[in-house]
Design a protein around this ligand. Structure first.
Ligand code: CP
Ligand code: NVA
Length: 302
């Protein structure tokens, strides 16, 4: 494992290895056991989109590992004025030990990895959000004990979260059902991958159908970053694609609910369901820290 660009690149064994290390680092942090695996190392964090969790968890995580994080807003970098990513990659590789980048196009992240010589971590693109899904898998295993026999259901937009959840959940052995409106399905590359898992993958436009006997229900915003101009159109297209009490009644009675956050109450999830599952959702947010520390150690430790 040289980079974390997308869940499609990871083997099932690599995912489980990261989750095991994340559990260990969480234990060490909670018990005051120092774990300075990245002492003296630097991580550049390039942000072309807003962030609360990704920025703070990477920054704090790097500090806890003994390293130094640099926040690099694209507004202040030459990349924001058109310097090619190929050049940025080759320059930053000479200063830093790793780069985390949040941007629009997946190609930009892949190019950074191709031209740079240090590990690249995808902190969200329009295509995927692997760091979030590693934290989600960590949280599912923490609450459910194992992935065996579990069904994950995703309701809403076939977006970056849906893409990474489909791949990640199938790779660890879960069944996956997604319910998206016809015009908002995941890209062909993801659907083709999922079809390889036979009847462990189901795609429908009926949230009720997808939620039947689910163990984990997940949703995300109807309009992602960069799609603000489509918000009104999307509000109409996604009406009914909501996690609410009626939908929860389709799932197992002990089903958990996750949301990567930020959440829009009464759009993709009701306030009532959100608050009933707040302990899971905020553990998920915390687990960003532990999962990303594990990724950084795997990629950047000597
Ligand atoms: N879930 C997530 O990535 O949150 P931020 O956008 O706040 O980083
Ligand atoms: N799909 C959302 C996820 C935010 C963490 C977005 O891309 O804005």
């Amino acid at each position: 494992m040289k980079n974390l660009l997308k869940m499609l690149d990871l083997s099932s064994e690599e995912i489980i290895d990261i989750l095991n290390l994340a559990d260990q680092l969480k234990y060490e942090l909670k018990h005051g056991i120092p774990h300075p695996h990245l002492k003296g190392k630097t991580l550049g964090m390039i942000f072309q989109k807003a962030s609360t969790r990704t920025r703070v968890s990477f920054e704090t995580g790097m500090y806890q590992l003994g390293g130094y994080p640099l926040f690099l807003s694209s507004n202040d970098l030459q990349i924001g004025r058109g310097e090619p990513v190929q050049d940025t990659a080759r320059v930053l590789s000479r200063y830093l030990d790793g780069i985390m980048i949040r941007t629009f196009e997946q190609k930009e992240v892949e190019d950074l990895a191709q031209y740079g010589s240090i590990p690249i971590i995808n902190g969200l693109t329009d295509f995927c959000h692997p760091c979030q899904v590693l934290a989600d898998l960590m949280t599912i295993r923490e609450f459910k004990g194992s992935f065996d026999g579990l069904k994950m259901c995703f309701i809403g937009d076939g977006n970056n979260m849906a893409n990474s959840l489909i791949v990640g959940c199938l790779k660890v052995g879960m069944s996956v059902a997604i319910a998206c409106p016809d015009d908002y399905q995941p890209p062909k590359e993801i659907i083709d991958f999922a079809k390889g898992y036979g009847d462990k993958f189901e795609m429908t436009n009926s949230p009720v159908q997808a939620a039947k006997n689910a163990d984990v229900l997940i949703t995300d915003v109807w309009a992602s970053m960069g799609q603000e101009g489509e918000a009104e159109k999307r509000r109409k297209a996604f009406a009914g694609y909501q996690i609410n009490d009626d939908l929860m009644a389709q799932a197992h009675s002990d089903a958990m609910v996750l949301h990567c956050l930020p959440a829009h109450r009464e759009e993709e999830i009701t306030e009532k369901v959100f608050e009933a599952h707040a302990n899971e959702i905020f553990e998920e947010a915390e687990n960003r820290l532990h999962a990303q520390k594990a990724v950084m150690v795997k990629l950047m430790a000597n």
